[in-house]
Every structure is written in structure tokens, then in C-alpha cells.
Design a protein around this ligand. Structure first.
Ligand code: OGA
Ligand code: MN
Length: 207
């Protein structure tokens, strides 16, 4: 399949879209490292941290349940122009996914997330029993640095039942089917990210 053209403003490093599609198909998840220029990641981190006072405790369907998740989030809208550029990348990725897997993705919905020391998100699926229209989940990590002993890993079960521990490495994009089981292990440092869902507006995942 043809690689899609990505927004030049981001100075995207080249990444292997075919590999991403293959991994998603085989395992239900894929990683892209060093996806953006460091300038962009820095600018995005500044946009995120300058709004931290507006972040709110994250909810689960009907409200805040702090024993399930304790992070704080800020939904991304037109007031956050740097984050919007990341959403543009995800729109291009959605086109490629639609062409490859006929997912019918129509929208991208996203929030910043901040896990302070001691915070986590217990085992869950973003689309349990296909109850919503989230097809693909993506998480982009934007803190300046990360060390393995800081915790905060994304732990995820692939389509074949195998578990993976994914470090929240800066400038890494994790992409996975929204119906796979995953969790965020307790973080010992401030961990900054953008979670985004590629949504179909109605249809369901058959993968
Ligand atoms: C989520 C989530 C994983 C991560 O926001 O639903 O599972 O690594 N995030 O931040
Ligand atoms: Mn999740």
C-alpha cells in the first residue's frame, strides 16, 4: 500500500508505515520511536506543562474512581495548537489504517494525561465488549526523559495473548487495538502523554 503524506510542519522523522501495519495486523499493537523532531516534542511538552493547572482527575464512564486510575487529564481542542499537529498526524495514520484494514475511522479524540509520582491506571480495555466506537488507541509520550526504574510502563496483552512491558520512552508512539487489555504501572516520576482514540463513529472492530 502507499505511504500517506504526513504534515511537513512537524519535521517527521521517516518511519516504516508498512511495519506498523504488519505489527498491528499480527499482534494488535505497534510502536514507533523517535516519531517527531525533538523541537516539536519540546514545544508540545511546553504546551502541556503550561496548562497543568487546568488538568482534571480522569473519570471512568460514570465518574472518578481513584482506585482504578489516578491520573489527571486535559481534553485537546482548538485552544491547544501544538497538540493539534499531533492529531493531524493521527488523522493521516487513520487514513492508512482505513485503507489497510477497512476500519472506517472518522474521528480522532484525544487528551493530555499527567501521572504524578504514585499514580497509575489499573488493567482495562478502552473499548470493552465493543461498547463504544474506539477502534485504535494511541499514546504518545512527551516528558523530557525517562529511566527504566521510574516505573510508569504500559503493560499490554497482544492479540496472541502475550504480555509486553513498554517503557514510556519520550517521543515514542504506542498504537494498539482499543479492545486489548492494558494498564499503566505505578509511576515514580511525573509522566506526560497524549492518549488519542481513532473512532469509527459507529461500526465495530472485527479483528
Ligand atoms: C489510557 C491508557 C496508557 C498509557 O489512557 O487509556 O491506557 O501508556 N494509557 O498512558
Ligand atoms: Mn487505556
Amino acid at each position: 500500500m502507499q505511504a500517506t503524506t504526513l504534515p511537513p510542519a512537524l519535521n517527521l522523522q521517516s518511519w516504516n508505515l508498512d511495519q506498523v501495519l504488519d505489527d498491528l495486523n499480527e499482534f494488535g499493537f505497534a510502536l514507533i520511536d523517535d516519531i517527531y523532531s525533538l523541537d516539536y516534542v519540546q514545544t508540545l511538552a511546553n504546551e502541556c506543562t503550561s496548562h497543568l493547572a487546568e488538568f482534571r482527575a480522569a473519570g471512568i464512564q460514570n465518574g472518578v474512581v481513584s482506585h482504578i486510575r489516578s491520573d489527571h487529564i486535559l481534553w485537546i481542542d482548538g485552544q491547544l495548537p501544538i497538540a493539534q499537529q499531533h492529531l493531524q498526524t493521527l488523522e493521516h495514520l487513520s487514513q492508512a489504517l482505513n485503507q489497510a484494514f477497512y476500519l472506517g475511522i472518522k474521528e480522532v479524540e484525544a487528551h493530555f494525561a499527567c501521572y504524578n509520582a504514585g499514580e497509575f491506571y489499573a488493567l482495562h480495555r478502552d473499548n470493552p465488549q465493543q461498547k463504544n466506537d474506539r477502534m485504535i488507541s494511541t499514546v504518545f509520550y512527551l516528558h523530557e526523559s525517562w529511566q527504566e526504574d521510574w516505573g510508569g510502563q504500559l503493560r499490554l496483552q497482544d492479540k496472541l495473548g502475550q504480555w509486553h512491558i513498554i517503557q514510556p520512552q519520550p517521543n515514542r508512539l504506542a498504537i494498539f487495538q482499543s479492545d486489548v487489555l492494558h494498564e499503566v504501572l505505578l509511576s515514580k516520576q511525573q509522566r506526560l502523554s497524549i492518549t488519542a482514540w481513532l473512532r469509527s463513529g459507529g461500526s465495530i472492530w472485527n479483528g
